[in-house]
Design a protein around this ligand. Structure first.
Ligand SMILES: O=C(O)c1cc(=O)[nH]c(=O)n1[C@@H]1O[C@H](COP(=O)(O)O)[C@@H](O)[C@H]1O
Length: 232
């Protein structure tokens, strides 16, 4: 089974994250460790999740000079994570140096993914940082740069998936947060899509946090989403 759902374990402690992971079935989903959890728990959380049998997406969104990002991604690869991400806006040299270093070291490469435009942003947020473009156009530009740099895929909103599927190779992975089942609260997300539409529009992996982790019955919510996407 192609495990398409990645549950975002956005918790303030190792034990709270593990308590949720223990309710989940690693044959049905993968998990994501982000900045809050990793900053509080460090690599121990990755080891614990691996022991439970999960594939781990380490979401630290690296963005720095090429050597620094390449070395950080190497450290992630050596922890055995399944997927790791950087910000595409760090540029081509940053991504190319990362691929080159991992090749030189001969480590097993995680899926190398670059964030395009955060799903919490819309046009006026881009204007605020000096980018006078529509999110979809900026996503396209950064996705093409990411592919050219030898990375495996991008993080984007599933709203951009149909457009990207026209311009990138079929193997290029589209990882889409900002997923909200019909009627769920959007929280701080802006470019949101339902699970079913995300899959139908060509998303490979759906990153879902609060709709599952803050649900009264996370396991049932996950099962409902899985059954929705099966019908997509
Ligand atoms: O890279 C990410 O995972 C990410 C990129 C992005 O553009 N938007 C985004 O929401 N995320 C992450 O995806 C998760 C979404 O969580 P929920 O909004 O709770 O479903 C969070 O952990 C975010 O850090």
């Amino acid at each position: 089974m192609n495990k398409q759902i990645v549950v975002a374990l956005d918790y303030p402690s190792h034990d709270e994250a593990i308590a949720m992971a223990q309710k989940l079935d690693p044959s049905l989903c993968r998990v994501k460790v982000g900045k809050e959890l990793f900053t509080r728990s460090g690599p121990a959380i990755i080891e614990s999740l691996h022991r439970l049998g999960f594939d781990v997406f380490l979401d630290l969104k690296f963005h720095d000079i090429p050597n620094t990002v390449a070395q950080a991604v190497l450290a992630a690869a050596e922890m055995g994570v399944w997927m790791v991400n950087v910000h595409a806006s760090g540029g081509q040299k940053m991504m190319e140096r990362t691929v080159e270093l991992l090749d030189q070291k001969g480590v097993d490469k995680p899926l190398l993914i670059a964030v395009t435009v955060l799903t919490s942003m819309q046009r006026d947020d881009l204007t605020g940082v000096g980018l006078d473009v529509e999110p979809i156009d900026h996503v396209k530009r950064l996705a093409l740069l990411t592919e050219k740099s030898g990375f495996d895929g991008v993080v984007c909103s599933a709203q951009e998936a149909p457009m990207l599927r026209q311009v990138v190779s079929p193997e290029f992975k589209l990882v889409t947060p900002g997923i909200r089942p019909m009627g769920a609260s959007a929280d701080d997300q802006k470019r949101i899509v339902t699970p079913q539409d995300a899959v139908r529009d060509g998303s490979d992996y759906l990153v879902i946090g609060r709709p599952i982790t803050q649900s009264e019955n996370p396991v049932k919510t996950l099962e409902d989403i899985l059954s929705d996407i099966k019908n997509a």
